[in-house]
Design a protein around this ligand. Structure first.
Ligand code: ZN
Length: 78
């Protein structure tokens, strides 16, 4: 597994994740919590409240994926 804040190339469902804005293929990643307070109130606590947020290293656009949906690989050094 890659380290937090390491620059990664992400894949999901067998496709490389490309930035929806600029098309770059490298992102920084971090774990985020999805308003767990609300889900616990509604009895959904059994579902993982975590997601992975990817931030494009070129333009800063952020996207979120469900935890476990992503394949993160270290980006090659350029
Ligand atoms: Zn971008």
């Amino acid at each position: 597994m890659v380290e937090k804040d390491e620059i990664v190339i992400a894949g999901a469902a067998g496709r490389q994740v490309l930035c929806g804005h600029c098309g770059a293929d490298q992102d920084r990643w971090r774990r985020v919590l999805l308003n767990s307070g609300t889900s616990e109130l509604l009895g959904f606590a059994a579902f993982s409240p975590e997601a992975i947020a990817l931030t494009c290293t070129r333009c800063g656009k952020m996207v979120e994926f469900a935890d476990g949906a992503l394949d993160l690989r270290s980006a090659p050094q350029r």
